[in-house]
Design a protein around this ligand. Structure first.
Ligand code: M6R
Length: 614
């Protein structure tokens, strides 16, 4: 949560920073702010509540001339969204400005101590404590900014990615990280920093991912220096970015969410590429192949994740149990860490996270590793924390997902989990070569099948008009499509703010059926699979109580068609691959309902894409 960006070079810092903030806005949009060190050494700080465009309006008539600066887009934790709580925060004497992504857990203790020394605070944030502490140390120890930052970081407990600039020094930015992402971009005579590489990808492809406990010293006309908190210099490992600018733009679509829904044939192709080979006969997941023994001997797999990733994880459970005959448990990462987990060396923990930065999932990774489990990460963001903290893993390769509501990452995660299950099943001999080849062949066809499903777009747009003003929705599914129902409900509530509940269809009769009446539409995911007859009964039960039904069915279905009010037909695929197909109409339905209600689908209220706080 929160995005930070910094620039030092010969260009116009304001332009780079504002553009960078727009790219990072998916991380939070409660307020935005910028600090610029002007050529005459003046420190200009501008802030505004709300989205980055509000900040731009405020800055229109201000002096923004500078070649160094830092900026921030906020997802509020400590203190309501307001101009005053917006970053950058500055020290009492206005000498330093600081931006921060993370949470300072012992801020109250530090604040009390600083207040005793006469320090005055203006905001309710934890961040202001950090900048005041740095300034206090700097003055009292008569030391450099770097030394003061290092000393202050020894005193803080919590998570941070920070950047600090100083009045009268237009040649320096000090940045540091602990449990919040920070990447430095190295250009020609210019250096960038940001929460992810998107703000600087058009300027340079050379990036240095900071590790926990590292401080970056960015100085004009000097090479980047990285030190640890004990002042030892770290080796600089420059990585080449794979991200491209077109991936960060809407490309003619009205929103990132719609673009990302329509990208799924391409993203699935990327996800499969090089992994399902020889016309589908072989599946290669290098992170599994390179740790063969672990997967051969595993007694249990525990998958930890949050939100949409947790829904994909549930599908992973069905996949792995069916194909590999290994017991799988799926845990909310946020609960896992406080549930006294029992893990050992024969357990594999899979951490599933699009962003690779979700604080709870990252914490679960650390606990699992400390208990001796083998930890496998599945992520989308290359170079993010989870892939760097796990023993092995696989990327989903769907490109940056910017819409806050996850769509292409979900189908990418399910696809990677399918391929992982097949690779493990191959190793353990729980699927035959013919079974693998049969599934592999369909996997290769999935991008075209998804393209076919996307042709439902216009029909779903029309259908959405009928349901836009429903106040509650029920989503039902069974087996592999029970998690799809959960995901459909989450998609609807997060972008349209309509209450929706996902349920295993058979559970309906144990309570939720009481809710059914003419006002409560049910979305029932009912492709032709081994539970089809059973779900037909559930459809009838809803109908018998006067509920209206939108059903996702297999092409040619003639039974549910006669009961449901509306059917959306999808192509027939093997049961284990059906979630990738059935989830897409649900993405489109929630998208159009939210659009009809005039909601901002890319930046829904109160949410942020990357949840880096507990
Ligand atoms: O980056 P992660 O996959 O770890 O994120 C987990 C959730 O925060 C995320 O899936 C969230 O639920 C999405 N907004 C759902 O669309």
């Amino acid at each position: 949560m929160c995005g930070i960006v910094g620039y030092l070079g010969n260009g116009n810092a304001y332009d780079v920073l504002i553009k960078g903030l727009h790219r990072l806005e998916y991380r939070g949009y409660d307020s935005a702010g910028i600090a610029l060190v002007a050529p005459d050494g003046k420190l200009n700080v501008f802030k505004a509540k709300g989205k980055v465009e509000n900040l731009e309006t405020i800055c229109n008539d201000k002096d923004t001339d500078a070649s160094v600066g830092i900026a921030h887009t906020r997802w509020a934790t400590h203190g309501e969204p307001s101009d005053c709580n917006a970053h950058p925060h500055y020290s009492e004497d206005g000498n330093l400005a600081l931006v921060h992504n993370g949470t300072i857990e012992n801020y109250k203790l530090l604040k009390d101590a600083l207040e005793e020394h006469g320090c005055k605070f203006h905001s309710e944030t934890d961040t202001e404590v950090l900048v005041q502490l740095i300034e206090y140390i700097k003055i009292n120890n008569k030391c450099s900014l770097l030394e003061a930052v290092r000393e202050a970081l020894h005193q803080v407990v919590g998570a941070y990615a920070i950047a600090v600039v100083e009045k009268n020094d237009p040649d320096t930015i000090i940045a540091a990280r602990q449990s919040s992402p920070l990447v430095i971009g190295i250009g020609d005579d210019e250096t960038f920093l940001a929460s992810d590489a998107s703000p600087f990808v058009e300027y340079t492809k050379d990036a240095v991912y900071l590790n926990d406990g590292e401080i970056a010293v960015i100085k004009r006309n000097e090479p980047l220096k990285v030190l640890n908190l004990e002042n030892r210099e770290s080796k600089i490992d420059v990585k080449t970015l794979e991200m491209s600018i077109s991936q960060l733009e809407k490309g003619g679509y009205p929103s990132f969410m719609l673009k990302e829904i329509f990208e799924q044939p391409t993203t699935l192709r990327e996800c499969i590429r090089g992994r399902v080979v020889e016309n589908g006969k072989r599946v290669i997941i290098s992170g599994v192949r390179d740790h063969k023994e672990k997967f051969l001997n595993a007694k249990r797999i525990v998958i930890v994740a949050c939100g949409t990733s947790w829904h994909a994880a549930l599908i992973g459970k069905y996949l792995i149990q069916e194909m590999c005959h290994i017991a799988v448990e799926v845990e909310y990462a946020s609960e896992f860490r406080y549930s006294n987990p029992v893990l050992g060396k024969d357990d594999i923990v899979i951490a599933l996270s699009q962003s690779g930065e979700t604080a709870d999932t990252l914490a679960a990774v650390k606990i699992a590793r400390s208990m001796g489990a083998f930890v496998f990460g599945i992520s989308n963001a290359v170079g993010s924390s989870i892939p760097r903290e796990t023993d092995s893993g696989a990327y989903i390769h769907v490109g940056p997902e910017i819409g806050v509501a996850s769509t292409k990452a979900f189908t990418g995660q399910v696809m990677v989990l399918t391929m992982i299950a097949m690779a493990i099943a191959d190793l353990r001999g729980t699927l035959t070569a013919d079974e693998i080849a049969g599934l592999g062949k369909v996997i290769l066809e999935m991008p075209e099948l998804v393209e076919h499903v996307l042709k439902l777009n216009d029909k779903i747009e029309r259908l959405s008009l009928i349901y836009t003003y429903a106040r509650n929705f029920l989503y039902l599914g069974r087996g592999y499509n029970y998690p799809v129902a959960l995901e459909g409900a989450l998609k609807l509530k997060e972008i349209s703010y309509i209450h929706a509940e996902g349920y295993p269809a058979a559970e309906m009769k144990h309570g939720p059926i009481a809710l059914i009446d003419a006002e409560m539409p049910s979305v029932i995911v009912a492709p032709r699979d081994h539970l089809y007859e059973k779900i037909v009964s559930n459809v009838q039960q809803v109908k018998a109580r006067g509920g209206s039904i939108i059903a996702i069915v297999t092409e040619g279905d003639s039974v549910i068609r006669n009961i449901a009010d509306h059917v959306l037909e999808v192509p027939e695929v093997p049961e284990c691959l059906s979630p990738i197909i059935t989830s897409i109409p649900l993405q489109l339905l929630s998208y159009y309902i939210a659009i009809n209600k005039g909601k901002d689908v890319d930046m829904p209220r109160n949410l942020a894409k990357s949840v880096t706080v507990e």
